[in-house]
Design a binder for this molecule. Sequence first.
Ligand SMILES: *[C@@H]1O[C@H](CO)[C@@H](O)[C@H](O)[C@H]1NC(C)=O
Length: 343
Amino acid sequence: MSNKNVLGIEWINFFSATPDMKRTYLGLVAHFFLAYPLGNLIVIFPLLLLSTFNWLIILAYIAWYFYDRKSSIQGGYKIEWARRWKVNQWFADYFPARIHKTAELSPENNYILACHPHGIISFGIWANFATNGSGVYDIFPKIKFNLCTLAMNFKIAIRREVLLLFGCIDCSRESIEYVLDKCGEKGRALALVIGGAAEALDAHPGTHILTLKTRKGFVREALLTGSHLVPVYSFGENDVFYQMSNPVGSKLRTFQEYARKVMGMSLPIINGRGFLQLSYGYLPLRRPINTVVGAPIEVAKVENPTKQEIDELHEKYLEKLVELFDAHKEKYGVDKDTRLIIK
Ligand SMILES: *[C@@H]1O[C@H](CO)[C@@H](O)[C@H](O)[C@H]1NC(C)=O
C-alpha cells in the first residue's frame, strides 16, 4: 500500500484507499463514538453545550431518564433498529470479526454465554453480539442476544441510551435473573465477559490468560435460572492492541491492581492506531477476531445451589472451555503447543 511514512509515523493515504478500506474505516470511526466511553463523551459534550440554556430540553431528558430508569435491569429495549445498521457490518469487516457456530442453540432454553478473553474492550463480543455486523441474526435466528455490562454505564446520560439501543443490559444479578427467569421468555442469551477489568491487564498479543478460577457468579446464575452454559472464545481479541509490559510484581502492575481495587478500572497502557495514521492511538489494529461459540452445557434449575453444586459445574465448565480452545486454536493462528492459562 502507498501509505506515507513521515517522521517515523505511517500516515494513511485516503486517496489510494480501496472501497473496502473506506467502508471499514467508516465503520471503525462510527463505532469509536458508539462503543468507547471516550467516544460517547465527545458526542455528549456538544449536546450538553447546546442544551445548557434550554431548560425544556434538560427537563424533557430528566423526565425520560426517570421514565426509562429500569430498562437496563428489565431486559433492555425491544427495538432492534440500531443493531441492524449497515455500518455495523463495515465495523465487523474491519478486523474482520466473525462468529463460528459449533452447535445449535434451541429456542426452548435460555443461555449464559460466558465469553473469553476480555481483551482491552471486547470488540469481538461487541461486533458479534451487540450488533448484527457479522450476521448473528442469520447464524442464530431464533435467539435474542443481550450483552451484559457494568451498571455504571447506564447511569451516564446518552451513553445509557446508546448501549441499550445495541442490546446491552446491566450485569447485576437482578438484571440477569429478570431476563433468564422472571420475564418468562425463552430463547434469550446473555453474553457475559467473565474476566472483566482484571483480565484486561493480561491482554497482550499472542497470550491466552484468563481470570476465571475464582469467578463463579455466572455458574451460580446458570443454576439459579436453569440456563444452559455456553463457552465462547474469541481468538484474536488480545491481538488488536499492544499493551505496555506489566508482569505480575512489576511497579506498573502493582499500581494497576491497586487502581482496579479502588476504582474498578484497570488502566492498561495500550497502543493501537489513530484516525489518520497507523503508528499510535486508541483505535484497534486490523487483525481478525474469530469468536467460537461452543456447545451448550445443560443446566437444570436449582433453587438454592450449594457450594458443591456450583464448584462441580464450574469444574465441568472449565473442562469444556479448554476443550473448545484446543479444538479450534490451530485454525485461528494459535500454535498447537499453546495452552490456555486459567488464573
Ligand atoms: C444480518 O446480517 C446478515 C449478514 O451481514 C445479513 O445477511 C442479514 O440480512 C442481517 N439481518 C438483519 C435482520 O438485518
